[in-house]
Design a protein around this ligand. Structure first.
Ligand SMILES: *Cc1c(COP(=O)(O)O)cnc(C)c1O
Length: 406
């Protein structure tokens, strides 16, 4: 621990919005990271579900180099063949007819919310502005995104609330049904909540939500920024529920495998208000981002990738249940879907993350006192087994510390 701290820079000139671990990395390959101290770590964070194919995936590195020598950026003044190609690929594999490319998840959310309101405006119903979100959600950090999720700590101190945003309890379908009315523009939900602690919405609830939205003329926006792109073992999490395709869907994170790329996907109908001049982005969809996105999407969509997620997540779940049986005083719940796994703890989750780092295992935090495992979708079963052993070692330490404190 002290050796990590000694060479970690002070960060004095960085805005103090992050509580950073005193640990820095120099290189990565697959699910392995090497610290600036030359020590190896097993990575179950993957840049928060972002390096979906693992660090420095050789195919993505190749594309980065090749496109980097050809062309980076020209602006959406022009036709961008790489952008057309990625939009075609995304639409071929989803409900969507049209795509708007962004540099982040937040911007994809921003586009989705604007698209939804503009749709009703274009339909002659400008009064339909209400957006229903859910408690525990995370949609990003722009004004619209923080009000769509409503997390009090993310909106506090930033001035008067934006009108037209409400949150309902996650998974209470009766409350949901009674909340829809003729002012409702859209519903926004993560099929599996990420930051909220890997809470998965039952397939039947998503299906019912879809049906109710259709009945009431409300647009369904799915935030698949974290749970999409193979993370749950299907290309998109909503595919686990039949006939539950959204009107609009946001993706990002794994789409660039660490290079900033996001997208807002929509049916042609839902995007009818988004006409020339109504939205835009300087960087969004530039040739470099699109070449990388296209290569990453091809790898993420492969049957082998999705099959690996199902295999390794099955192994994780079974092994974690075993740990829960052995440490019932420390593990309260194992949840999530695919390789978006939440372990709800009785001890402090932040402290657990630090103790796991001592075992050279990286895990993410999450709401509801969870730690999250969101590793590369290409993690092997051997690596998963190593992660379980390191988690077990961490749990032993927590138990000893607890006994010592008692
Ligand atoms: C990460 C995330 C976002 C925000 O994406 P950024 O790229 O950080 O702007 C939005 N929604 C969900 C579900 C996320 O996990």
């Amino acid at each position: 621990m002290t050796s990590q701290t000694s060479t970690t820079p002070s960060n004095d000139h960085l805005m103090g919005v992050y509580k950073r671990a005193p640990l820095a990395f120099e290189r990565g390959r697959g699910s392995r990271l090497t610290s600036t101290q030359g020590e190896d770590y097993l990575d179950c964070v993957a840049g928060i579900a972002t390096a979906g194919l693992g660090h420095c995936h050789p195919k993505i590195v190749d594309v980065l180099k090749t496109q980097g020598e050809k062309l980076w950026h020209v602006s959406n003044i022009y036709t961008i063949p790489e952008q057309t190609a990625l939009a075609d690929a995304l639409c071929a594999k989803t409900f969507a007819d049209v795509v708007f490319f962004t540099n982040s998840g937040t911007e994809a959310i921003e586009c989705a919310l604007k698209t939804a309101r503009k749709y009703h405006w274009a339909n002659g119903q400008p009064e339909r502005i209400e957006v229903i979100g859910f408690e525990g959600a995370f949609h990003g950090r722009s004004y619209a995104a923080v009000y769509a999720a409503g997390n009090p700590t993310y909106v506090e101190g930033f001035g008067p609330p934006l009108p037209g945003y409400t949150q309902l309890p996650f998974g209470d379908m009766e409350v949901f049904e009674s909340a829809l009315n003729d002012k409702t523009a859209a519903v926004i939900i993560e099929p599996v909540q990420g930051e909220g602690g890997a809470r998965s919405l039952p397939a039947a609830d998503l299906k019912l939500m879809r049906d109710l939205c259709t009945q009431h003329g409300v647009l369904l926006i799915l935030d698949e920024i974290q749970c999409g792109l193979g993370r749950t073992g299907r290309l998109f999490a909503h595919e686990w529920a039949e006939h539950s395709a959204p009107d609009i869907m946001c993706i990002a994170k794994a789409l660039g495998n660490g290079f900033p790329v996001g997208a807002c996907l929509s049916t042609r109908e839902a995007a009818k208000g988004m006409t020339v001049g109504s939205h835009g982005s300087t960087y969004g969809g530039n040739p470099l981002a699109m070449a990388i996105g296209l290569a990453a999407f091809e790898e993420l969509s492969k049957d082998e990738t999705l099959a690996n997620v199902r295999l390794v997540s099955g192994f994780f779940t079974q092994q974690l249940k075993g740990l829960q049986d052995r440490f019932p005083d420390l593990i309260v719940d194992i949840r999530g879907k695919g390789l978006l796994i939440g372990i709800k703890l009785t001890s402090n989750n932040r402290e657990f993350m630090a103790l796991a780092r001592d075992q050279h295992l990286l895990v993410a935090g999450g709401g509801d006192n969870c730690v999250r495992l969101v590793p590369s979708l290409l993690m092997t079963q051997e690596e998963a087994s190593e992660a379980i052993a390191k988690l077990e070692a961490t749990l032993e330490v927590v138990r000893k510390d607890k006994a010592a404190a008692a």
